[in-house]
Design a protein around this ligand. Structure first.
Ligand code: NAP
Length: 546
């Protein structure tokens, strides 16, 4: 690679600027660091945690595991890594994935480039030098030409403010702050607030361990029964032999999984075959049930209604008490219009004598006191409160950093006025700033993440390389380019059931409390890739290169 451009620039701090700073050492951040080092750049990563893994470092709650099935949840950049990887379960758990990411970090000698236990607090772009000045909570300042935020879309934990919660004398913990030495739950009285992907995993796992479990449900969730066999040696061999084929297909698939066949349209399947069709997909025990039932299941209300009723019946047949079953069944939105979690014994947990469903729509939480949770009609005495209440998704982690672009403008204030990005990776007004898993890309929510991380990191790396080779100072999307992407995004997302479901973390709330754009790009990976590749092959037409 050409001489580092940063060498020739005037650094406001007077020390030699870095070529790039990466924030975050999770799945995307590690790969980002690897790619930039491969370019020969001088790079540093800052990571808030004391270890690598991102969500897989923080979310060590009981039962944490991925919903992406073998062999799709892993890195794709090294066949050698595939040959060495020895996956144990079809849906690997947190421990297995964290170990894997640590192995990757060591294999590619990334650790020495990472400063752990350090949060980036501020990043300011200097118009005259074209450099970012980055400040950490350790009061260190560095300068760099490129700033890449691989901060993850699910980092900034949301704990609802409930009157009196600070008085609670037991243990209160958010699932994404789960302590390394675990929480003693054996025989305890436990409340779990939240029944989405995380809550479901916690509840099904701790139900047999705890004394009493109070499940505080506000909105019931559809969930699909996971099939999670151990992986056999012959499957690992097959995985390695199919690497090229799987890689090609997964990267060109709608959501990052390579399924063998395209699903039919709803009307293409005769009435008397629909049940059997869904049954065969259900029996796969994977997220195929979400995206692979009917080609029009995200658009066609009739198809969505049919699938919803099918899944409701699966809940009914597993929960013994019909009154409890009905409370667990969503009726005011269709299957697939929010993130569909997989579960493994979740519904059966409600057949246990020690598990009690508290329907917060009937009895909302009013207060937390020293001994437990008060609702409109009862008081639940508990020793532990588990908040499985989700995240400020998409932008929470980025907004924790005071980011100032051209003319000192604040990214947070800019987004408070109007949330927008160019393909989820850059923002007009913020030169040389890149991000992954940010809003308006498939990576924001609708993707098997390693596939989307791969594609985004590759695009960012190529873009940085292009600017670097050109010896240009900076790159940022023109406002027209950003507008065109946002218009396309809205046109694609609004007609879908995901776009129409206003109650989901896929939609951010605006300052006025009203839902804003869907953060997930629902046009699929191929269309998204085509747009990104188009920018690259046109040598970034529509971008300002200074
Ligand atoms: P989430 O989907 O945002 O769900 C939060 C849950 O907390 C919902 O049930 C929500 O109820 C409830 N809640 C929030 N505030 C509440 C309040 N004040 N009172 C009562 N209930 C409240 O968060 P998540 O379950 O952590 O999942 C986030 C994402 O992480 C998932 O969608 C998925 O992408 C990822 N994840 C993946 C896996 C996996 O791959 N297996 C596992 C876990 C998480 P409402 O629905 O009524 O708002």
């Amino acid at each position: 690679m050409a001489q580092s451009q940063a060498d020739t620039q005037q650094d406001p701090l007077g020390s030699k600027p870095l070529d790039a700073v990466v924030v975050g050492a999770g799945l995307a951040g590690l790969y980002q660091l690897y790619r930039l080092l491969q370019l020969g750049l001088n790079v540093r990563t800052f990571e808030a945690a004391n270890g690598v893994g991102g969500v897989w470092f923080w979310n060590r709650y009981p039962g944490a595991r991925v919903d992406s099935h073998f062999p799709f949840y892993q890195y794709w950049f090294s066949k050698e890594l595939w040959d060495e990887s020895d996956w144990k379960e079809r849906f690997p758990g947190q421990v297995e994935i964290e170990d894997y990411l640590n192995r990757v970090c060591d294999k590619f000698e990334l650790r020495r480039h990472i400063t752990f236990g350090t949060k980036v607090t501020q990043a300011k772009f200097d118009d005259s030098s074209g450099l970012w000045t980055i400040t950490t909570d350790g009061n260190e300042q560095v300068t760099a030409r490129f700033l890449v935020l691989n901060t993850g879309g699910l980092f900034d934990a949301k704990i609802p403010k409930i009157s009196g919660q600070e008085r609670f004398s037991g243990v209160a913990v958010h699932t994404s702050h789960w302590p390394r030495d675990q929480v003693d739950l054996a025989g305890k009285r436990v409340a779990v607030i939240g029944t989405a992907a995380t809550g479901i995993q916690v509840i099904q796992t701790i139900a047999p361990i705890v004394g009493q479990l109070f499940v505080m449900q506000r909105t019931p969730n559809y969930a699909v029964a996971m099939k999670n066999p151990t992986i056999r040696q012959d499957q690992l061999l097959q995985m390695r032999q199919s690497y090229d084929d799987l890689r090609e297909r997964a990267h060109n698939s709608f959501g990052g999984f390579a399924y063998d066949e395209m699903p039919p349209l709803f009307d293409e399947v005769p009435d008397d075959r629909r049940e059997a069709h869904l049954r065969s997909i259900w029996d796969d025990g994977s997220l195929k049930m979400w995206g692979g039932t009917f080609a029009d299941s995200f658009f066609n209300p009739q198809a969505a209604a049919y699938v919803s009723e099918f899944v409701r019946d699966r809940i009914r047949e597993r929960v013994r008490d019909p009154a409890v079953a009905e409370k667990l069944i969503p009726t005011d939105y269709e299957f697939g219009s929010r993130r569909v979690p997989l579960e493994n014994g979740y519904f059966e947990a409600f057949n246990r004598n020690n598990v009690h469903l508290v329907d917060l729509r009937e009895e909302p939480i009013t207060e937390i006191d020293e001994t437990g949770i008060k609702t409109a009609t009862a008081h639940y005495e508990v020793d532990v409160i588990i908040y499985a209440t989700g995240f400020d998704a998409g932008i929470g982690a980025i907004n924790r950093i005071d980011i100032r672009g051209r003319n000192g403008q604040s990214l947070k204030q800019h987004w408070d006025r109007s949330l927008r990005t160019t393909v989820g990776m850059q923002v007009h007004g913020f030169p040389n700033l890149f991000m992954t898993m940010a809003p308006f890309a498939p990576a924001a929510a609708l993707c098997n993440y390693p596939i989307c991380a791969d594609q985004q990191v590759d695009w960012i790396t190529d873009t940085i390389s292009f600017v670097h080779q050109k010896q240009a100072r900076s790159i940022e999307p023109k406002v027209e380019t950003e507008n065109a992407w946002m218009t396309h995004h809205e046109e694609v997302s609004e007609p879908t059931l995901l776009g129409q479901n206003k109650h989901s973390w896929y939609r951010k709330l605006g300052a006025d409390g009203r839902p804003r754009e869907l953060i997930a790009y629902v046009g699929g990976i191929p269309t998204y890739k085509m747009v990104c590749d188009g920018y690259r092959s046109s040598q970034y037409q529509g971008f300002e290169i200074r």
